[in-house]
Design a protein around this ligand. Structure first.
Ligand SMILES: Cc1cc2nc3c(=O)[nH]c(=O)nc-3n(C[C@H](O)[C@H](O)[C@H](O)COP(=O)(O)O)c2cc1C
Length: 240
């Protein structure tokens, strides 16, 4: 089952963690879990969240697997008192599981470490259940790579047309996606690909006489834009 999910060591997967609150009502919230290898996963959970309190009290949780963005949204932002999800009992742990998701990973808490803002929790995987035909677990990296690639194609075109300010805005977004990929999916094909994109953007910039430093690009684009604004003003006054 674990092989079917093809979990990669060091990669953070986005799941929805379901737990029981002290009054036995089910609670769920999106939480990233990092696969550590050998049936272990780690989560970093902010202090003060219901999920953290519930896990520390019952020492277990279920990671529900889904790629439904609405389910992430509803369970993160708690629209209504209880998000409209249905639960059933788990097989091996004292935590509920969400019905109608792609799969479940039942988790037993091994140890926890308190930081100033969040706690780091290590779990043992007790069992994995997958819906037939499902072999994927949501990870931000491939989506971030698609977004960065879309922007990269635009950046190339914008730089070629000297539209530096628009290019810069997209370069900043690509840098953001690079940060995301390197954090959630280090040493993977996605991390290699985003580095290639960064390299290409550097080459395109160089080709337009711009430095590698985005600040230099900003100064450059200001100069260009000031120049074009001044020349527009000049040409307007010369019409008078
Ligand atoms: C995709 C996604 C991933 C998230 N990952 C985490 C995480 O790893 N750790 C965390 O503390 N919060 C994470 N959050 C935020 C929590 O889900 C959010 O704060 C939630 O409201 C906590 O609910 P609770 O108080 O019922 O536990 C994530 C949110 C989203 C949308």
């Amino acid at each position: 089952m674990k092989d079917k999910l093809n979990l990669k060591r060091g990669v953070i997967y986005e799941t929805i963690i379901s737990t029981y609150s002290p009054d036995d009502t089910p609670n769920s919230a999106p939480i990233g879990i990092k696969y550590l290898g050998e049936g272990r996963v780690q989560a970093r959970i902010y202090k003060g969240s219901q999920t953290l309190n519930n896990i520390l009290s019952r020492r277990c949780a279920v990671a529900n697997l889904t790629s439904d963005p609405i389910l992430f949204y509803l369970t993160a932002l708690k629209r209504g008192k209880h998000p409209p999800v249905e639960y059933s009992k788990s097989e091996n742990v004292d935590a509920p599981r969400i019905r109608e998701v792609d799969g479940h990973i039942e988790l037993e808490l091994v140890d926890s470490r308190q930081g100033s803002e969040y706690a780091t929790l290590n779990f043992k995987v007790k069992a994995i259940y997958l819906a037939p035909g499902i072999s994927r677990i949501y990870c931000r990296a491939p989506h971030a790579l698609v977004e960065a690639t879309i922007h990269a194609t635009r950046i190339k075109m914008l730089l070629a047309k000297n539209r530096f300010r628009e290019a810069e805005r997209l370069i900043r977004l690509v840098n953001h996606y690079k940060d995301v990929i390197e954090r959630v999916s280090p040493k993977t094909e996605y991390a290699n690909a985003i580095r290639e994109i960064e390299k290409k953007i550097g080459e395109w910039r160089k080709g337009r006489g711009l430095g590698q430093d985005p600040c230099k690009t900003t100064c450059m684009s200001n100069r260009y834009e000031r120049g074009s604004w001044q020349s527009r003003r000049k040409s307007r006054s010369s019409h008078r």
